[in-house]
Design a protein around this ligand. Structure first.
Ligand code: ATP
Ligand code: MG
Length: 569
């Protein structure tokens, strides 16, 4: 392939709108162009990478018994109304109306579509298990589409759905997908980690996310320094800590704390440690106002509050709500004496505190010697705090560490959530009707391409892992006016392609420096330079993009050497 024939308009400058490296480099390397916020055209180089990722995904899905199909992107509202999600999906769903005023959406995911399909065709336990998947565009009107392909509004996803007779069957399907995902990301040569993930109201150990480790990742994960525990911080459960205070419960007193709106200010003024204060966070939810309490040195994990209370929405309370609903004062909110309609959810560690300080719900005042149980009652006591670095691992109690990751895939046990709602049942061995037991499993194909770049780049450009590189080798004649060099470059490129190595040769009438720069930017794993010595001494220079290591191979045996080198990379 000649480089001049590839539609890869490279850019010299970094486009200002691109915040993260993958976005910048894909624009500069002529891989993507923006059509609208979060919506991109994949140019030929990007499309080649995506096809390679998809190929790996397909092989691994098929190896586990997955069957590929293709469902519609345009989905009728009725199936979403039946599952109950039409009302709760919210603004993230792209909705549209046809000429007859019928409602549709652009599929953000396909549980409804596939469950409706399978329920009409599957009757007997003999037909189960079934694993069906597709690779297709998904549509989500994200609040903040950003970071290029990382958080798009149109993106490519592989979604597989499993249907089993029972939970044992689901566990087998789940394990198959977990293994397949491990293979996919290993074969893409990415550094990743599966972590326990939040599984919403369903709870249990029903979900894992596959995180590509990268500083720019939006997700925060924790991992144990001793055992193999790893989890999304949203999910990470915590063991209750030891009691920190003992002694006699003293009478409640009110103290003047002018302008002390933060825990740090209050602790300083009262000469106490932050852990002797109670942090009160006010929320507005679909079930009304909720006050969450954690120790002053801890943070609230909103997702835990959402799950523990079975909420659909949770947002920080506005100042107006703090005044009107909580009858309190922003900055001085606390758990004592609140109106009855305020639901209080307290972290387990709060309930063990003795003589704590908390907001008095009066401007410029706090309460001292607050004793949970005596001075306020919690409606719910639960683990609601956010894990912090060095907290004890929930499995082995050794300290945990934090890292950042990009979620490239998630596997999820749905159990009978959708099959019950959409009545997808089968007849078991005894002729009894039962709901199918389901799982769903997604891979962000386009996000995986971006994540690969976030993990593999330097100041010159992308460094593609060999299995997903758009081309594995670029061949560059140093002097484009020297016919011998040009002819040899073309020959080498042709031979490589004949041997199954995706290669391109740079036939442009450009200075060598320009060609080298573009090669580094596009990130081919190997660069072969054809210069005067290639003609006079019959050698080619081969440079590894990742390490910069240079090899000289004779023109008679370079092929074997390159094949060997690519396997090692
Ligand atoms: P996130 O938490 O990042 O919004 P999600 O948990 O909503 O993602 P899933 O429903 O689990 O996403 O979708 C499966 C996979 O699709 C994700 O693991 C991710 O790789 C990819 N994905 C999800 N949303 C986007 C998006 N807006 N742009 C690109 N890829 C996405
Ligand atoms: Mg997810």
């Amino acid at each position: 392939m000649k480089f001049s024939q590839i539609y890869a308009p490279t850019l010299r400058e970094t486009p200002a709108e691109a915040e993260v490296v993958s976005h910048q480099l894909m624009l500069r390397a002529g891989m993507i162009r923006k059509a609208a916020g979060g919506i991109y055209t994949y140019l030929p180089l990007a499309w080649r990478v995506l096809k390679k990722i998809e190929h790996i995904v397909r092989e691994e899905m098929d190896a586990q018994g997955g069957q590929e199909l293709l469902m519609p992107i345009v989905q009728p509202a009725e199936m979403w109304q039946e599952s109950g999600r039409w009302a709760v999906y919210g603004d993230e769903m792209f909705r549209l109306t046809d000429r007859h005023d019928r409602n549709f959406c652009l599929g953000p995911t396909h549980e409804e579509m596939i469950t409706t399909l399978v329920r009409s065709d599957v009757r007997s336990y003999r037909q189960l298990p079934i694993l069906l998947y597709q690779i297709q565009n998904k549509y989500r009107d994200e609040i903040r589409p950003r970071f290029g392909l990382m958080r798009g509004r149109e993106f490519i996803m592989k979604d597989l759905y499993s249907f089993d007779k029972d939970e044992d069957g689901l566990n087998i399907s789940y394990k198959k997908m977990y293994d397949a995902y491990t293979n996919v990301f290993s074969r893409c040569k990415l550094k990743f980690r599966p972590v326990e993930a939040d599984s919403g109201a369903i709870g249990g150990s029903g979900s894992h996310e596959f995180m590509v480790l990268a500083e720019s990742g939006e997700a925060e994960i924790v991992y144990c320094t001793s055992c193999d525990y790893a989890a999304n911080v949203e999910k990470a459960e915590l063991l209750p800590l030891d009691e920190i205070s003992t002694g006699e419960k003293l009478p409640l007193t009110q103290v003047h704390t002018p302008n002390c709106k933060s825990i740090a200010d209050v602790a300083k003024l009262l000469h106490i440690d932050k852990q002797q204060t109670i942090k009160s966070i006010a929320f507005e939810t679909d079930q009304g106002p909720v006050l969450a309490l954690v120790r002053g040195d801890h943070e609230v994990n909103e997702i835990k509050v959402l799950n523990k209370l079975n909420l659909i929405n949770i947002t920080m309370a506005s100042e107006k709500s703090i005044i009107d609903d909580y009858q309190s004062v922003p900055g001085f909110i606390g758990p004592c004496g609140l109106p009855k309609k305020i639901k209080i959810i307290a972290d387990v560690n709060v309930m063990k505190m003795i003589n704590a300080a908390a907001g008095a719900n009066i401007a410029d005042y706090h309460l001292q010697n607050v004793n949970p149980g005596r001075d306020f009652a919690a409606d719910i006591i639960a683990d609601i705090r956010l894990i912090q670095e060095n907290d004890p691992c929930p499995h082995c109690a050794m300290p945990v560490k934090k890292a950042r990751g990009i979620e490239v895939g998630q596997v999820f046990k749905l159990f009978t959530k959708y099959s019950s709602a959409l009545k997808a049942t089968y007849l078991d061995e005894n002729g009894k009707e039962k709901p199918m037991v389901m799982g769903c499993y997604g891979i962000g194909v386009s996000r995986t391409m971006a994540a690969a770049i976030e993990q593999n780049y330097d100041e010159h450009g992308i460094i593609w892992p060999v299995p997903i590189a758009p081309y594995q080798v670029v061949v560059i004649p140093v002097n484009s006016k020297d016919t011998n060099q040009v002819q040899l470059a073309e020959l080498v490129c042709r031979q490589l392609n004949l041997h199954g190595i995706d290669s391109v040769w740079d036939d442009r009438n450009e200075r060598a420096g320009v060609k080298f720069k573009d090669a580094d930017l596009i990130g081919y794993p190997l660069k072969i330079t054809i210069g005067p010595k290639s003609i006079s001494e019959q050698t080619v220079e081969v440079k590894e993009r990742k390490t910069g290591q240079i090899h000289f191979f004779s023109t008679s045996d370079y092929l074997e050497n390159i094949i060997e080198l690519l396997q090692k990379l």
